[in-house]
Design a protein around this ligand. Structure first.
Ligand SMILES: C[S@@+](CC[C@H](N)C(=O)[O-])C[C@H]1O[C@@H](n2cnc3c(N)ncnc32)[C@H](O)[C@@H]1O
Length: 238
């Protein structure tokens, strides 16, 4: 998992987290600090401090193109500006900022890291935007009645959860349950992942969701192998 741009390959803090255990399979990612709240708290505390010192909003996971791709899809499918959108694990909230600038008026960002939510709040305030709801919330243990969303977005959050050192398999199952709870029937789930292939994601979200569309992502070719650096899929809740 890396914060690098789509086409930018690996590198960055998360490179080691891509490797899987000795017997390849969907359930054996090498656990990593990237799967823990402590890690993200430290990341966003640092980014908050940088933002306060010099106004830098921090990393856009998978680069700007990853946001543009989602926005293009929403525009192509004429998602109404008042559709309710939930950004799961919003981080610095920059995707919410982009949506608000386009006129989306019913958007919510959640993150289990209080410093991420503080950073998003500061960025949103600096941009002078209103109509963005933010909440410190663990998606795996939802405390409020977050429900009825038309669109749920995940950019790197399912990846992070999959690396949790403490029973990641259970946590992924809980993720799918939480997603079923927050998304309306026929609602769309847009996921961007660098740790899971299209086929693996189809398997992870096989219950209660069906593939609606695969979004094109840059291809890589290396050492005689080729593939996509990230997978970007749109599921629809059945
Ligand atoms: C790779 S970052 C991506 C941030 C943002 N989506 C982006 O594209 O820039 C993963 C984010 O997921 C958040 N996160 C991880 N597990 C979470 C959970 N169980 N509930 C809510 N947020 C979570 C982290 O705090 C972090 O902000």
């Amino acid at each position: 998992m890396s914060a690098g741009a789509d086409g930018g390959g690996g590198g960055g803090a998360g490179t080691e987290a891509r490797s899987r255990g000795a017997s390849p399979g969907a359930d054996d990612f090498v656990p990593s600090a990237l799967g823990t709240r402590e890690h993200w708290d430290a990341v966003y505390e640092r980014e908050l401090q940088t933002f306060q010192e010099c106004g830098d909003t921090g990393e856009i996971w998978f680069g700007e193109e990853s946001m543009n791709r989602l926005i293009r899809w929403m525009q192509k499918h004429k998602i109404p500006l008042d559709a309710s959108v939930l950004d799961i694990g919003t981080g610095n909230g920059v995707f919410l900022v982009e949506l608000a600038k386009l006129g989306f008026s019913n958007i919510t960002g959640i993150d289990y890291s209080p410093s991420a939510i503080q950073l998003s709040g500061s960025i949103i305030e600096k941009e002078g935007l209103s109509n963005i709801k933010l909440k410190v919330e663990d998606f795996l243990n939802l405390s409020t009645k977050l429900t009825g969303f038309h669109i749920c977005i995940d950019k790197g959050t399912f990846d992070a959860i999959s690396l949790n050192p403490d029973n990641a398999l259970e946590k992924r199952k809980q993720y799918v349950k939480s997603l079923s709870r927050v998304l309306k029937v026929k609602g769309f789930f847009l996921i961007t992942s660098c740790n899971w292939t299209k086929e693996e994601l189809l398997n992870e979200f096989s219950e209660g969701f069906q593939l609606f569309e695969e979004l094109p992502t840059p291809k890589f070719s290396f050492g005689g192998r080729s593939g996509n650096s990230v997978a970007a899929l749109v599921f629809q809740k059945t």
